[in-house]
Design a protein around this ligand. Structure first.
Ligand code: UDX
Length: 464
């Protein structure tokens, strides 16, 4: 969108927006992208309240004000670890209340008492910060929620109490392939559960997130009406507050500046040496992990497929290992230079590279959107939560990828890679995703749905 544009409809009032991201990569990227999108309209100044844990790289955002707050996490491995993200997010929702309230109250007050400071128009927080609704209420400022995942997965989260009542949950091994009649096309195995030490904590966290989203003044989605049209109609019934699907955020601003890990640029020079559409890019995002046996099945499936691959093996991806120790010595040599492994890649650049022909992904929503926007078909290996819903839509609704339906065994992996990279099935998926790429690309343009919703969002915020 045009930077700093002015229109008679939106007279600049110099208002401050206070944003509060969840300190995890897949949540931080879209929140900081949203901050840039709103700042570029020219109507708002941006203040980011953030935890010490996983704090953003402030020097990449000289145009924002940052307010760190203590998060009460001890330095011990277990408390600040993402290996149990439910426990972490639940703890953060308890630990941050007082510091967040004091910080926000100070910002709101300074905008009222000091004429040189902008008044605060509203608070925008990740949906997972459920406690922030009552803080916003007590300070009498509107709270808009940012939901960083797809609309369809949020509806599935919202339906969890009903699905528990109806006996779909907890998932029984014998029922995994059964359809969930209330949420087509999902199967029981696709329901967005997360393994955690205490399931009660999970259901409570999701319940509070859904309840406080309903109590908010609106929802911003990193998704598009054109992609999730029928779901949007249901979302409007379940969450009767204004919805603004203004994605895909990364098409306005890339995520590289909010990367919490250093991106290995040698991935790009390696891709430069490969033929067009020949490389399978493999990455499972910032949190997912697997055991050594699964990792080895992946490795041998990749090697035996004979296809070139660029593989992100994040330290911590393999439980109990520091990095590549589980790989047999000489593994990379047996691939004859066909494989390249990095700890973290500049993912958006990788997906946009002409040599990239497929993406083996865990279907985090950012990865899924980034793949759609570059027209790269997928192999889906969802690990937890919203990823299972996203993968079902990729494989069965949009039909732009294939999914492992029953575990990862090297022979199955090898076949799937060939199906995607060299067979007709992959070619058809590529054609469909290229059509979707075009459709989604239009959303941000004048006359496109996301463009329209962004205009409405700005008017809405300026009306507060
Ligand atoms: C988490 C959840 O797992 C996901 O399901 C949810 O939708 C958002 O929060 P994560 O697992 O990290 O996120 O996945 P994803 O949503 O795909 O986000 C990963 C981000 O990291 C993407 O923006 C991607 O571009 C970036 N990335 C990933 C890199 O920059 N380099 C890499 O090597 C891998």
């Amino acid at each position: 969108m045009e930077k700093g544009r002015e229109s008679p409809k939106h007279e600049s009032k110099g208002r401050r927006l206070v944003l509060f991201p969840i300190p995890l990569q897949g949540h931080m990227n879209p929140m900081l992208q949203l901050a840039n999108i709103l700042h570029a309209t020219g109507f708002f100044s941006i203040t980011i309240i953030h935890t010490h844990f996983n704090s953003p790289t402030i020097s990449n955002y000289p145009h924002f004000t940052f307010c760190p707050i203590p998060d009460g996490l001890s330095e011990t491995e277990s408390e600040a670890s993402t290996s149990d993200s439910v426990a972490l997010l639940s703890l953060l929702n308890t630990n941050c209340v007082a510091a967040f309230r004091d910080c926000l109250a100070g910002l709101v007050l300074s905008g009222v008492e000091d004429e040189a400071k902008e008044p605060t128009a509203c608070l925008i927080t990740d949906a997972i910060w459920h406690f922030s609704q009552s803080v916003a209420d007590s300070l009498e400022i509107p709270r808009i929620v940012l939901r960083t995942s797809s609309l369809s997965s949020f509806l599935a989260f919202a339906a969890l109490p009903l699905l528990l009542e109806k006996g779909y949950l907890p998932k029984q091994d014998s029922q995994l392939e059964s359809p969930v009649l209330e949420l087509p096309p999902l199967k029981v195995k696709d329901l967005p559960t997360i393994s955690t030490r205490n399931h009660e904590v999970f259901y409570k966290l999701i319940g509070s997130m859904v309840k406080e989203t309903k109590a908010s003044s609106g929802i911003i989605w990193n998704s598009m009406e054109d992609l999730e049209q029928s779901t949007l109609a249901t979302v409007r019934q379940v969450f009767p507050v204004p919805s603004f699907p203004i994605g895909p955020f990364h098409n306005y601003f890339p995520a590289s500046s909010s990367s919490l890990l250093a991106q290995d640029k040698s991935s790009i020079s390696w891709l430069d040496t490969r033929p067009p559409k020949s490389v399978l890019y493999v990455s499972f995002g910032s949190i997912a992990s697997m055991d050594e046996a699964e990792f080895l099945e992946m490795a041998w499936g990749l090697a035996n497929s004979g296809q070139p691959f660029l593989w992100v093996v994040r330290p911590g991806l393999v439980r109990g290992s520091k990095w590549l120790e589980p790989l047999p010595s000489g593994f990379m040599e047996t691939n004859g230079g066909r494989g390249y492994i990095v700890k973290w890649a500049p993912q958006q650049e990788v997906l946009a590279h002409p040599a990239t022909g497929g993406f083996w992904t865990h279907n985090g929503w950012n990865s899924t959107l980034e793949s759609i926007c570059e027209g790269v078909p997928m192999i889906c290996s969802p690990c937890f939560g919203d990823q299972m819903v996203n993968a079902r839509y990729v494989s069965n609704v949009w039909r732009i990828g294939l999914q492992f339906e029953s575990g990862m065994e090297r022979g199955v992996v090898e076949k799937a890679i060939r199906r995607l990279m060299v067979e007709k099935e992959g070619e058809e998926e590529r054609e469909r995703i290229l059509c979707l790429k075009e459709k989604v690309g239009f959303c941000l343009k004048q006359g496109g749905s996301s463009h329209h919703y962004l205009e409405s969002l700005i008017s809405y915020i300026l009306s507060f």
